[in-house]
Ligand binder design. Structure first.
Ligand SMILES: *Cc1c(COP(=O)(O)O)cnc(C)c1O
Length: 391
């Protein structure tokens, strides 16, 4: 591309530096040296999509009626399956006609929602550390992220009282994420209630990301934001089949809640994409109707992995709490290290890939993120390698 005279747009040029690039380089070098890498960096289920879902796609893909453009808002039968699932799982009633919107993965909806409501210069409240799509989607729409730091002191929950009044008054949207990536922390119904009050008082649209609501431990399912009285009047909830059913590659998710907010997002989508392949929506219906035993089985596997890795790390003297949900382990780096230097140390001395916490935002400095998307045997081996290498 040398000599190409046209520069990329400012919105691309001003993206925050890719903090994982250094790790990537080191990882490639280690692989080239023949190191047996244990990858605890990826947030992508290693287990296959359950067979009935795959079979459902196969069947639907053969039907020519699914070969044309789908509707941008999704098939009514899929949206009805979502509403039925919300009723069963959360006892929340949704109108499939206008309170459910099909997405091409929830990332698509999260990235697009600011385009529907944020004018240049408008403020969006964003948890940090957090999923990078919240601030990036905001900046693509010309908005300005006001970071809500997640720290040990505030229990890794955004401190609503710490948001300056003028910022709150000017904010248009607020992103929240429970169970959280990267900290795995869950928001209680009491917390959600305070969010509803805050949003009503300041006229803010709440966009709650519930991608991990079904990856929970110890038999304690997290709440949906939509369970709270008034939630549907202040916002929407993003959801995904990706993590629940090992379907990250399939690209299907949905948003539910406030009908005008969904209509705004739908308007953006109808101008940018042409909906989710209907055969995948058929497979999605199969997924949402699966017996709980399928997701129970997956949760059991993740829990065994968590219960291998976390006590192992603790025994080595690392500061870490067992997460109540999601597949992330948020580890405090030992004295004398930064997020970057501890990540580098683990990769160089043990061949273990982790993610530096500050890659999710500056307040994540002092932590690294590990995932349990690897077999428990490999996780046990990871602990053993760290024991041998020391830190
Ligand atoms: C993985 C993830 C998503 C969404 O994934 P999709 O595959 O796009 O549905 C959304 N939010 C968070 C925090 C995630 O980690």
């Amino acid at each position: 591309m040398s000599g190409f005279p046209i520069e990329v747009a400012t919105r691309i040029k001003t993206l925050p530096p890719y903090l994982f690039a250094a790790i990537d380089t080191m990882k490639q070098a280690a692989i080239a040296r023949g190191v047996d890498i244990i990858n605890l960096g990826i947030g992508d289920p290693d287990l296959p999509t359950p067979t009935p879902i795959v079979e459902s796609l196969g069947k639907a893909a053969k039907d020519p009626k699914h070969h044309q453009y789908p509707s941008y808002e999704g098939m009514l039968s899929f949206r009805k399956a979502v509403a039925d699932w919300y009723k069963r799982r959360f006892n929340v009633t949704l109108d499939p006609a206008n309170e459910v919107l099909t997405l091409i993965g929830s990332k698509e909806g999260i990235g697009h929602i600011p385009l529907a409501f944020v004018n240049p210069g408008d403020i969006v409240l964003v948890p940090s550390p957090g999923y990078p799509v919240y601030p990036v989607g905001t900046s693509f729409a010309g908005g300005v992220s006001h970071l809500m730091p997640l720290t040990k002191q505030n229990g890794f929950l955004p401190d609503l009282t710490a948001i300056p009044r003028d910022v709150a008054k000017k904010a248009k949207l607020m992103f929240l994420n429970s169970p959280n990536n990267p900290t795995s922390v869950i928001m209680s119904k009491d917390y959600f209630k305070r969010v509803v009050d805050f949003a009503q008082e300041n006229q803010i649209i709440v966009c709650h990301d519930a991608a991990y609501s079904e990856i929970f431990y110890d038999g304690k399912p997290p709440a949906s934001f939509m369970e709270i009285d008034g939630a549907k009047d202040v916002g929407i909830e993003f959801h995904s089949l990706s993590k629940t059913y090992n379907m990250t590659g399939w690209r299907i998710g949905f948003a539910v809640g406030h009908r005008q907010v969904l209509a705004g997002l739908g308007k953006v989508k109808s101008n940018l994409d042409s909906g989710c392949f209907q055969a995948i929506q058929e497979a999605g219906i199969t997924a949402l109707n699966l017996d709980d035993s399928v997701t129970d089985g997956l949760r059991k596997i993740y829990q065994e992995r968590r219960d291998t890795l976390v006590p192992g790390l603790k025994q080595l003297g690392l500061e870490v709490d067992p997460p109540p949900a999601a597949f992330y382990i948020w580890v405090t780096v030992p004295k004398g290290y930064t997020s970057a230097s501890f990540t580098a140390h683990l990769l160089e001395k043990t061949g273990i890939v982790t993610t530096p916490g500050n890659g999710f935002g500056a307040p994540g400095e002092g932590y690294i993120r590990m995932t349990v998307c690897t077999s428990k045997e490999r996780l046990a081996e990871a602990v053993e390698r760290i024991r041998k290498a020391g830190f």
